[in-house]
Write a protein that binds this ligand. Structure first.
Ligand code: PLP
Length: 451
């Protein structure tokens, strides 16, 4: 069994006990799930919520009988939970199969109002799910595409370049919150400000940021923000936040019986109800980390983040962005991310220190600890004379689950000229990972490369 340690005000023993899959072994080695960026593990309560829904309430929506009514209520509760997670109103939350599908759908609706001469901006750092939907829409509508480039040396967005490519013709800026390949956290608030100053919409891909950092749609003032619950300990689903004015103003492609009421007019066909049942459970799992942290009262940073009781409401989500009131769950989610951030930072420092000592290993992205607030604990590396596939295969045999390739951050791997030679080896740490796993991974890498 790996040693389990406690980060300050973060009960890793409690956390790991929530996730049954973490106890697995591979070839006699404890499994180390370093594949969070591809999808995280789920706590028992998410598994229970999904199977309980199927066992007791499996029905379509809008029927005049018990299980259908329970399904309607369950979906409303999941929407309220996501509204707390994103800090928006419940009717600004749209459920869909995944981020990619939601983005293709929204790009089509936005594209309906665009014409030749209009411009959109995408970035070289983004996952292709926040690039290709816009490229294909632009092709259909005769819209011009501009690309924001990166600083190759640290894989950060070149903000001067990005800013220079936004002009009065720009109608939309699509940018990622964090890179799923190299871990860079982008200055999205500034990107949104630049987009709005030009009268453009800001569409933020928060899929990779979701497990690592607090999302605050109200504070960001973004027009759209998309995430995937399977990246933050929930079911395989996608969620889109859209400002109410846009969800009401844009014209979705939809079937006629689907009314014009938001958010349902953006949700087509029958949704994945069992998946949605898991969403409220996963948000409550995260909130419980915050509740534990708050009750532990041993972390000053966290205590300071708990809002004054007069600003905490007991339920309902219409408050976000309007009266400024916060639900108890939202306050707990904020506390949770403060604790998660602290633990991940410990892991990040430890792994980067160890990786830097491996001869022939190159880290892509920010490596300066003074700039760790600009990255999350997602590491893309290459090691001389070893392909990423060879490394991930050998690590996999030893119980370490990592990824090789481009993870759909195709524009980045092409730009850095690593695409043809197998991309990167990606090591993705999330809050359930331990320093022991980091140490064992470093030892395994040294053994594999023979140093
Ligand atoms: C940054 C980022 N954006 C978008 C996506 C696509 O998400 P989905 O699988 O929900 O379509 C991913 C998936 O890996 C991702 O990491």
């Amino acid at each position: 069994m790996p040693a389990i340690e406690l980060a300050p005000a973060f009960d890793l023993t409690y956390v790991r006990a929530q996730f049954p899959s973490l106890a697995q072994t591979v070839n006699g080695h404890p499994a180390a799930f370093l594949d969070g960026p591809g999808g995280t593990q789920v706590p028992q309560r998410v598994i229970d919520a999904i199977s309980n829904y199927l066992r007791r309430n499996n029905a379509n929506t809008g029927g005049a009988y018990a299980t259908s009514r329970h399904t309607d209520a369950m979906i409303a509760e999941a929407r309220a939970a996501m509204a707390d997670f994103l800090h928006c109103a419940a009717d600004e939350v749209v459920f869909g199969p995944n981020m990619t599908t939601l983005t293709f759908a929204m790009s089509r609706a936005i594209g309906r109002d665009l014409k030749p001469g209009d411009e959109i901006l995408v970035t070289r750092l983004d996952h292709d799910a926040n690039v290709s939907p816009w490229l294909t829409m632009a092709e259909d509508r005769g819209v011009t595409v501009r690309w924001a480039e990166i600083h190759d040396e640290d894989c950060t967005l070149d903000m001067a370049d990005l800013s220079s490519k936004i002009n009065p013709n720009t109608k939309l800026v699509a940018a990622g919150y964090a890179s799923n390949a190299v871990g860079t956290i982008n200055p999205v608030k500034e990107i949104i400000r630049l987009a709005h100053a030009a009268g453009a919409l800001a569409y933020i891909d928060a899929v990779h940021y979701g497990p690592h950092g607090l999302i605050d749609a109200a504070a960001l003032d973004c027009d759209f923000l998309v995430c995937s619950t399977y990246k933050f300990f929930g079911p395989h689903m996608g969620v889109l936040f859209g400002k109410r004015e846009h969800l009401q103003g844009l014209r979705p492609y939809k079937v006629r019986p689907n009314t014009n009421a938001i958010p349902n007019c953006w949700e087509w066909g029958t949704l994945n109800h069992e998946g949605i049942a898991g969403i409220a459970a996963c948000v409550d799992y995260i909130a419980d980390i915050g509740r534990g942290v708050t009750n532990g009262a041993s972390n000053r940073t966290t205590e300071m983040r708990v809002p004054h009781p007069s600003r905490v409401s007991k339920g309902g989500n219409d408050a976000a962005g309007t009266s400024g009131l916060k639900t108890e769950r939202r306050a707990a989610i904020e506390s949770a991310y403060a604790a998660i951030h602290e633990h991940e930072r410990t892991l990040l420092e430890r792994i980067l220190t160890g990786l830097k000592k491996i001869p022939g290993l190159k880290i892509y992205g920010i490596t300066d600890p003074a700039r760790f607030h600009e990255r999350c604990a997602t590491l893309a590396v290459r090691i001389e004379n070893h392909s990423p596939l060879e490394l991930s295969t050998k690590l996999g045999e030893r119980g370490f689950f990592t990824w090789d390739g481009n993870y759909y951050a195709l524009n980045l791997t092409e730009h850095l000229d690593v695409e043809k030679s197998g991309g990167f080896l990606r090591i993705g740490l999330v809050h359930y990972n331990t320093t022991d796993e980091v140490d064992r991974l470093l030892a395994a890498l040294r053994e594999i490369v023979g140093v």
